[in-house]
Design a binder for this molecule. Sequence first.
Ligand SMILES: NC(=O)NC1=NC(=O)NC1=O
Length: 174
Amino acid sequence: MQMSEVNAMNYEEFIAVFGNTVEHCSLCAAAVWRYRPFRDVRHLHDEICKFLDDLPLAGREGVLRSHPDLAGRLAKEGKLTQESQMEQRAAGMGDLTPKESTDLAILNFSYREKFGFPFVICARRNKKEAIMEGLKTRLNNSLEVEVEKGLEEVKKICSLRLLDLVEHEGVKNR
Ligand SMILES: NC(=O)NC1=NC(=O)NC1=O
């Protein structure tokens, strides 16, 4: 789709297309609607990032809580959104060994127990080994650091989802 089509959308069409570019947070797309017309997909992504950055701590934590665990219960029950399902599969979450699956579940549980939100990483930019390493490393961080790192990953996920939707001339994936 071209940016001209995006900028011609009414609100309902805009939300239908971009409402899940931040997982389960259609508020982000609903909020940036006011900034149209968008110059290009980078401009749209920048506005979503600014909205996320301007959220109070509770809001940023809430965005992270809106993400499904990697290879977690929702994945096992086939209840992931289409985007998450594709992303998790791309990272190899669908072909974990039993030990990897158990290790990941324990680490995800520990992370969520410590921070009160799930470990979030851009699955399309990391294979399962990097995800496991990232989870072990980031488990040692402070809450403030992990809110920051998690949001950065949310922005990367959003960027890739936007690039799936909008034609772009060599816009570098953030
Ligand atoms: N907890 C997560 O990091 N979840 C996810 N990362 C992605 O890139 N897609 C997901 O569902």
